[in-house]
Design a binder for this molecule. Structure first.
Ligand code: GLN
Length: 499
């Protein structure tokens, strides 16, 4: 049998990307297929009056938000258990298995087992999602300038999976020949493919992602691991109840954030080295800014979807196309195309020693976000008397927002791995995604604030309501970007040698 690779051998890779990155890329691609496939059918399934759960549109939307918030919030918990007991590899395997089980359970009888299955998906994603990103970070030496480019490529994989999953599962779910069971079954099957890919390639990761408890004897370690698995399974009824009653989502969201911050402070103070403490504070600032970013960005699933449905002409350049298809797919497509290209740009700039540091990238991300929302606002000047406006300008705004995302989201994953001490890697990545949970949550509130209270309002009135809101968001995004640039000297000090 081949010798296990050492960390040095892995991190000493030649070329642009380590080969292990491609494996993790594939595994994450399949996981995101499963996740976004499930997510894509969620609201329509819940609102389906005959074969679904027959919820009102409002309830389906609320529940959708709740499930999204829970999914991302559980990454924090999954990250902590990976750091303390399981290690990333075992977390990934456990999370993947739970996700597969969840989707299979729903596939057996979507109407009967939906909530149980979705509870498992939430727990499974919590154990899976943060920890695979943390492993990408460990492929790089601390000072390796190729890391951001690596995360850029990884991010393309995320979006290939998201795009395919969304398309295939929605197609299967809505098709008369197939139906909801097939959508969830497809999600389960691709997750199986993802997990098999991981099992077959995980040896190439050498010691990366091994349990932090390897020094303990194996009985002790196994007992602790079993306790984590059992704890996760015991929490099923609790999560199940919280998902079924959306009021609990609010309580949960009010609680998990403060608890996470207290726990973060506890771990930070436990850190003996002041330098590491400072880095953790810097990471926390990035996390806070990302909440604002996602709150705006995630209008895509809410207010922008309604805007696309009501206020856009169905023509893009020379084609007729449903604006909601553009709303759902253009971002992923742009990410797939531009993420590796931007990665190559970072690499080229790093070679010339002119690569902008993370703070500047984040700042630029917010400026793109502001420009994108200004463009969404600007669609009102192309509207006709019926309140319908240009899909071309709308798509342009998506292109711009994607550049913003690429300056923030993969870079955010990367900086979490740079600023976290090894023992807290999973938790910090989990906090990064917990910020997404809050972003999603706030996005719903912002979107609701923009929509016309009068359901029968004319399209022109709706257009005005939404575009006024987008202008406000543009201004706030600009302010956030400028604030970030203004405080950047301070944060740079906290980051020390980290770029
Ligand atoms: N689209 C990315 C993913 O699925 C980022 C999600 C997020 O952080 N909100 O991984």
């Amino acid at each position: 049998m081949a010798e296990e690779l050492t960390l040095e051998q892995i991190q000493d890779f030649k070329g642009k990307y380590p080969k292990q990155l491609w494996y993790l890329f594939l595994v994450e691609m399949w996981e995101r297929f499963c996740f976004y496939g499930m997510r894509g059918v969620l609201t329509i399934f819940m609102a389906d009056k005959i074969l679904g759960l027959s919820l009102s549109d409002k309830d389906a939307n609320l529940k959708y938000g709740a499930i999204q918030a829970f999914v991302y919030a559980f990454t924090f918990i999954g990250g902590i258990f990976a750091d303390k007991i399981l290690g990333f590899k075992k977390s990934l395997l456990f999370g993947g298995l739970v996700m597969i089980t969840g989707n299979i359970i729903i596939a057996i009888s979507p109407q009967n087992f939906f909530y149980l299955g979705i509870t498992l998906s939430i727990i499974g994603t919590g154990f899976f999602k943060p920890n695979i990103s943390s492993m990408v970070g460990e492929l790089y030496r601390e000072d390796d300038t190729r890391r951001d480019a690596g995360f850029g490529l990884f991010y393309s994989g995320i979006n290939i999976g998201a795009l395919l999953g969304g398309a295939v599962c929605v197609y299967l779910g809505k098709s008369e020949n197939f139906g909801w069971s097939y959508a969830f079954l497809a999600a389960a099957i691709v997750m199986i493919i993802g997990l098999i890919t991981f099992v077959l390639t995980k040896k190439s990761l050498g010691p990366i992602g091994d349990s932090p408890l390897l020094h303990l004897n194996s009985t002790k370690r196994t007992t602790k691991e079993i306790l984590v698995y059992a704890g996760a399974l015991i929490s099923i009824p609790l999560i199940f109840i919280m998902i079924k009653n959306t009021d609990y989502t609010d309580y949960f969201m009010y609680t998990i954030g403060p608890v996470a911050i207290l726990y973060f402070l506890y771990e930070m103070l436990k850190e003996k080295d002041v330098k590491s403490q400072k880095k953790l504070i810097a990471a926390f600032v990035f996390i806070l800014f990302s909440i604002i970013f996602w709150a705006f960005f995630e209008q895509s699933g809410g207010s922008l979807a309604l805007f696309a449905q009501d206020n856009l002409h169905p023509n893009l350049l020379f084609f007729d196309i449903d604006p909601n298809i553009i709303n759902n797919t253009s971002n992923s497509l742009f990410v797939i195309i531009f993420s590796p290209l931007l990665g190559l740009l970072w690499l080229a700039m790093a070679k010339k020693k002119i690569e902008p540091n993370t703070l500047i990238k984040f700042g630029i991300g917010f400026l793109f976000l502001a420009a994108a929302f200004y463009t969404f606002y600007y669609t009102r000047f192309f509207a006709d008397a019926d309140g319908k406006t240009s899909l071309n300008i709308f798509t342009l705004a998506y292109l711009i927002i994607t550049f913003g995302e690429l300056c923030l989201s993969p870079i955010g994953l990367s900086i979490m791995t740079k600023l976290s001490p090894k023992r807290l890697g999973g938790m910090m990545m989990g906090m990064w995604f917990l910020a997404s949970a809050y972003g999603q949550y706030a996005a719903g509130l912002l979107g609701a604030g923009m929509s016309s209270p009068d359901g029968d309002a004319s399209l022109l009135v709706k257009l005005q309501g939404y575009t006024d809101g987008y202008k406000q968001l543009a201004i706030y995004a600009l302010i956030a970007g400028l604030a970030l640039i203004i405080i950047s000297p301070l944060i740079r000090k906290l980051m020390q040698e980290v770029k």
